[in-house]
Design a protein around this ligand. Structure first.
Ligand SMILES: [Zn+2]
Length: 84
């Protein structure tokens, strides 16, 4: 387990270390890509969730509007043709 110098604080750290225990500098070359991918996937998921939620709200609102206008139309024609 050879020691390498941290590029940030130049203290000796293990070459197996993912981050520097002294300053937290990411030593593993893939850790930045991994973090970037994690952030990207979280953004993607939240974006999908938001669009799904938005379409659900749109559906509920359109059903409500449709129901409202059909009741209105039914009442109008009921009065017009004296169904009651
Ligand atoms: Zn360091």
């Amino acid at each position: 387990m050879p020691l390498i110098a941290c590029p940030e604080c130049s203290k000796p750290v293990s070459d197996q270390a993912i981050i520097c225990p002294n300053c937290g500098y990411p030593l593993h070359p893939n850790i930045k890509i991994f973090a970037l991918k994690a952030v990207k996937s979280i953004t993607e998921v939240s974006k999908n969730l938001f669009s799904c939620l938005f379409s659900m709200i749109l559906l509920v609102v359109s059903i409500a509007i449709l129901t409202f206008f059909s009741i209105l139309a039914f009442k109008y024609f009921a009065v017009k043709y004296s169904l009651f």
